[in-house]
Design a protein around this ligand. Structure first.
Ligand SMILES: Cc1cc2nc3c(=O)[nH]c(=O)nc-3n(C[C@H](O)[C@H](O)[C@H](O)COP(=O)(O)O)c2cc1C
Length: 427
């Protein structure tokens, strides 16, 4: 389902909250999105004509519905999309180009300022499309800090887009890119997947979305989803860096100011009645879109060493730093093996709890109960120090970004199963 069809579906189900009074893009929309997990449509926004949507994919249920799959089968669906990519077809036109603006003024977009000490207004739902010199294509989310009428500062964590840009810069060339806003949840999850460098994430997006058609950009040699809401086209400027940040990231704490590349926007294309999608930084939508694609990766790695039932990155761990893995324990070492495999699969993971299959991993009280009754710290903890973790962990060393990790094996001791039996009350 594309973004617009999904909004219409939410509306038909009477789930979309319409805010009809005029609201400010500075803090007010962010505050409303923080107060409730409901999906919102802000119909009138100060300073422009465009409506703003927020919290749209802010729950597992809504993400599953957007992918037309049961919530229980989200991981299966994502795993399948990795092994069976479906490349979208090219269309000669699409609603995303109903309006073409070459005289760029980013102030026409309702770019939100979210938190008190953020460095400025930020586009938070932009998915950047780029291609390297050999034609390897990449999709990834990058926050865009508006720094001028036609320029953004772009946060590039050293991953694929960072590599593509550096290679282009080494040849003295700026890199053509396009930022897609409102491309649908299949596109979003594909963009947040760290597939290997030579994998075209549009194939994953096509497999997840079911229907996805691309169209050629107006001013750059790239393709974007034909039914997206808004696209900004332009280039990452070779040799230019500006201060980017502070910015409230997934943990709800401020990420630091860094020197980052500049995105010069040369053209904006959009639907006639484009709706601007916002993702509240540190909110459930941000956490789910970023964290969910790591779950199948953790599943596949842990599956190599134990019989895995389920994997979840938890809301309390900001959907990124904490995982719970449930296993059907067969051997005493299974829990510790699963801990090691989970850390291997998701290097940003800080803490992981491994539980037995009878624990509901989506219920924090159940998980804590398993720790209380099945875990002994001097025997079942795996502690690592001075290891690579997440740049978003405020306890990591600010220079080296090295930190510590802990794995908790909260599975039952196989030799003493009767001690762990959950008492039942007979009928
Ligand atoms: C809402 C959202 C915002 C994100 N913001 C950034 C960002 O500003 N910079 C960044 O490098 N990654 C960001 N990410 C994470 C990347 O999109 C993600 O790790 C992606 O897999 C990287 O792709 P790559 O491995 O192809 O480079 C964000 C993810 C989400 C869901």
């Amino acid at each position: 389902m594309n973004f617009r069809s999904f909004l219409n579906d939410l509306d038909e189900r009477k789930e979309l909250v319409h805010v009809t009074e005029r609201v400010s893009p500075k803090f007010e929309i962010a505050r409303r999105l923080k107060e409730s997990v409901d999906p919102f449509l802000f119909e009138k926004v100060h300073g422009g004509e465009m409506k703003v949507a927020g919290n749209i994919f802010g729950s597992r249920d809504r993400i599953a519905r957007g992918l037309e799959v049961d919530r229980e089968h989200l991981i299966d669906k994502m795993r399948e999309s990795l092994s069976n990519p479906k490349y979208p077809n090219l269309s000669s036109e699409g609603p995303v180009q109903e309006v073409i603006e070459e005289d760029v003024n980013l102030h026409e977009l309702p770019i939100l300022k979210h938190y008190e000490n953020d460095g400025g207004p930020y586009v938070t739902s932009g998915i950047i499309v780029a291609e390297d010199l050999e034609g390897n294509r990449n999709l990834s989310f990058h926050r865009l800090q508006q720094i001028a009428d036609d320029r953004f500062a772009v946060r590039l964590v050293p991953r694929d887009l960072h590599r593509i840009f550096r290679e282009s810069e080494d040849e003295g060339r700026s890199l053509e890119i396009a930022a897609v806003l409102g491309g649908g949840v299949g596109l979003a999850l594909a963009a947040a997947t760290s597939a290997s460098y030579d994998v075209d994430e549009y194939g994953i997006a096509g497999a997840l979305a079911g229907e996805l058609e691309l169209t050629s950009c107006q001013s750059v040699d790239l393709e974007v989803p034909a039914r997206a809401e808004i696209v900004t086209e332009g280039k990452l400027l070779a040799g230019e860096r500006v201060s980017e940040g502070p910015f409230t990231d997934i943990t709800g704490t401020y990420d630091v100011v860094r020197q980052q590349p500049v995105f010069q926007v040369d053209c904006i294309t959009r639907r006639k009645d484009a709706i601007y999608p916002s993702i509240l930084p540190g909110g459930p939508e941000h956490q789910l879109l970023m964290g969910l694609p790591r779950e199948p990766i953790i599943f596949e790695e842990t599956e190599k060493v134990a019989d895995i039932r389920d994997v979840a990155l938890t809301p309390g761990g900001s959907g990124w730093l904490h995982a719970v893995v449930s296993i059907n324990k067969k051997e005493e070492e299974d829990g510790r093996r699963a801990v090691e495999a989970a850390f291997k699969a998701h290097s940003s993971l800080k803490h992981v709890v491994v539980v037995d299959g009878d624990i509901d991993i989506y219920d924090p009280e159940e998980v804590e109960w398993a720790i209380a009754t099945r875990f002994r710290a001097d025997r079942d903890a795996v502690i690592k120090s001075g290891v690579e973790g997440s740049s978003l962990d405020p306890t990591a060393d600010p220079k080296t970004e090295l930190g510590s990790k802990m794995g908790i094996d909260a599975t039952k001791d196989l030799d003493n199963l009767d001690k762990f039996e959950r008492a039942q009350i007979p009928e």
